[in-house]
Design a protein around this ligand. Structure first.
Ligand code: SF4
Ligand code: SF4
Length: 279
C-alpha cells in the first residue's frame, strides 16, 4: 500500500495527516487551536466566516483552513501578524453588527485577538424583533452571524427539508423561510437540527428563551444525562439538559455515529411528558 499521508508544517511543527484531511485537521494535529464559526464537524464547510484563515507558503492570499485540503509539503503559519489582523477584523465586523451576548465561544476568540468593539462606532446593527411563532423554538436574527450552518443542517447535510435559505443580497441578506412565511406555515418539520448547530443562540429552544426572560436560565447548574431515545428503534443518543430536576432542552453529540448530532422532532422536542406527573 502506498503511503497516502500528507506531511504539513504548522508553525514550524511537522505533522502527518491522512489523505482527505484539511489544513484545520493539520492544525489540530499540531495542537494549534483555530477559531471557527461556520465550520462544524457534522457539516460540510461552506467557507463563509473566514475566521479560520491561515498563511500558506506560496499562496498570495490567506486560505480558509477548514476547507483547504492538506497537501504534502505545505508550510502554514497560524499566528503571524497577517493572520491575527485578518481574524481580528472579521471578529470586529461581527461584534459591530450582531448581538453576540449569547455567543461565548466567539467572545472568547474576540478577547484572544484583542477585538475593539468600538472601532466602528457608526456601524449599523441588525434590528429585528424576535420571531416567536410556536412553543418549540424562537428565531432571534439580531444574533445571527450568517454562518449558514442552519441552512446546511436543514438542507443537504442532514434534514434535507430545505425549509430555510439565504434570502436577499448584500446588506439585505438574511436567513428566511420561503417567502418569509411563519415557521408553522413553512416546510419546517421541527427537527431542531438548525438549533443544534447555531453558534450564537439566534435559534433557541423556547424553554431556554422563556427561562432567560424570567432570569431563570442557569447553565452552570445544569447537568447533562446521555440516554437513548425511546420513540423508535434507530437508537439516537440524546443529551438531556436538566435544571432543577426538569429537562430544559435536548441535544445529541455531534460525534455519535447514529445521529451525527441531528435528531427528529420526537427526540428533540418530545420530552415534556417526562415531567408531566399530573398529565
Ligand atoms: S427545525 Fe429542522 S426542518 Fe425546521 S428549519 Fe430547522 S432544520 Fe429545517
Ligand atoms: S441562525 Fe444561527 S446557524 Fe443560522 S446562519 Fe444565523 S448564526 Fe448561523
Amino acid at each position: 500500500m502506498p503511503d497516502t499521508n500528507r506531511t504539513v508544517t504548522v508553525d514550524g511543527v511537522e505533522v502527518e495527516v491522512a489523505e482527505g484531511a484539511t489544513l484545520l485537521d493539520a492544525c489540530n494535529a499540531a495542537g494549534v487551536e483555530t477559531p471557527t464559526i461556520c465550520w462544524a464537524e457534522n457539516l460540510t464547510p461552506v467557507n463563509v466566516c473566514r475566521v479560520c484563515v491561515v498563511e500558506l507558503e506560496g499562496s498570495r492570499t490567506l486560505v480558509p483552513s477548514c476547507s483547504r485540503p492538506a497537501e504534502d509539503g505545505m508550510v502554514v503559519l497560524t499566528d503571524s501578524e497577517r493572520v491575527r489582523h485578518s481574524r481580528r477584523m472579521v471578529l470586529e465586523f461581527l461584534a459591530t453588527g450582531v448581538d453576540l451576548s449569547q455567543a461565548p465561544e466567539i467572545n472568547r476568540w474576540s478577547a484572544e485577538y484583542g477585538v475593539d468593539t468600538e472601532r466602528y462606532p457608526d456601524g449599523e446593527r441588525i434590528d429585528e424583533p424576535v420571531k416567536v411563532q410556536d412553543d418549540l423554538y424562537i428565531r432571534d436574527y439580531e444574533k445571527c452571524v450568517q454562518c449558514y450552518k442552519c441552512v446546511e443542517a436543514c438542507g443537504d447535510d442532514a434534514q434535507r427539508t430545505f425549509a430555510i435559505a439565504v434570502a436577499g443580497r448584500g446588506f439585505d441578506s438574511r436567513i428566511s423561510t420561503e417567502f418569509d412565511v411563519t415557521l408553522p406555515d413553512s416546510a419546517c418539520v421541527y427537527c431542531g437540527n438548525c438549533i443544534g448547530v447555531c453558534p450564537t443562540n439566534a435559534l433557541q429552544f423556547k424553554t431556554e428563551f422563556d427561562m432567560r426572560a424570567a432570569g431563570e436560565w442557569r447553565p452552570e447548574e445544569q447537568t447533562i444525562t446521555t440516554t437513548i431515545c425511546s420513540y423508535c428503534g434507530v437508537g439516537c443518543n440524546l443529551e438531556l439538559h436538566v435544571q432543577d430536576n426538569e429537562i430544559v432542552k435536548v441535544t445529541s453529540p455531534a460525534d455519535h455515529e447514529v445521529t451525527n448530532g441531528h435528531l427528529c422532532v420526537k427526540g428533540r422536542f418530545g420530552w415534556t411528558y417526562v415531567g408531566n406527573v399530573d398529565g
